[in-house]
Write a protein that binds this ligand. Structure first.
Ligand SMILES: [Cu+2]
Length: 161
């Protein structure tokens, strides 16, 4: 084995523990552990993940597209007078420089309106996250029943669509 190969292997070994399977890197942004829930065709689906911004400037997630749904909206759930409500976030969601934003049950989420097909556990749902710096992240939401291990805890419990 050449020295060059040995060095490359050493680097790969060092980098490995930092990356989770299912993370997507896009410049200074990382989209961590995107997932969704099972749903029937014609119903609304959800999308959850964490966006980490290692850069020195804030980045806004402006909009989201998916071939799996008629339309995708960015929503935020909030508790108001004991009632869980959802609001569309038409201005997008800002990920601060050096910070992160969690899309998780009870908070921010993607709403996949009118799914074109049923999505079952283990399936992958393609979505494209479009940021204000012109970057697009193509990620796949893994359909599962519960949040990924090590994912963000739910800020306000479950919420149903
Ligand atoms: Cu919603």
């Amino acid at each position: 084995m050449s020295r060059l190969f040995a060095a490359a292997f050493a680097l790969a070994a060092l980098a490995a523990p930092l990356a989770h399977a299912g993370d997507y890197k896009l410049g200074a942004l990382t989209v961590r552990q995107p997932w969704s829930r099972p749903a029937q065709a014609g119903m609304n689906g959800v999308g959850f993940f964490t966006v980490v911004n290692a850069g020195k400037t804030p980045v806004t997630l402006q909009r989201v597209e998916s071939p799996a749904a008629a339309k995708v909206e960015i929503h935020q759930s909030a508790m108001a007078n004991g009632v869980m409500t959802m609001r569309r976030q038409d201005a997008g969601v800002v990920v601060p420089a050096g910070g992160q934003v969690a899309f998780a049950p009870g908070g921010y989420h993607l709403m996949l309106l009118s799914l074109k097909a049923a999505q079952g556990v283990g399936q992958k749902v393609p979505v494209t996250l479009i940021f204000d710096n012109g970057r697009k992240a193509q990620v796949e939401l893994t359909v599962q029943l519960a949040p990924p291990p090590g994912g963000q805890a739910s800020p306000m419990g479950e919420h149903h669509h």
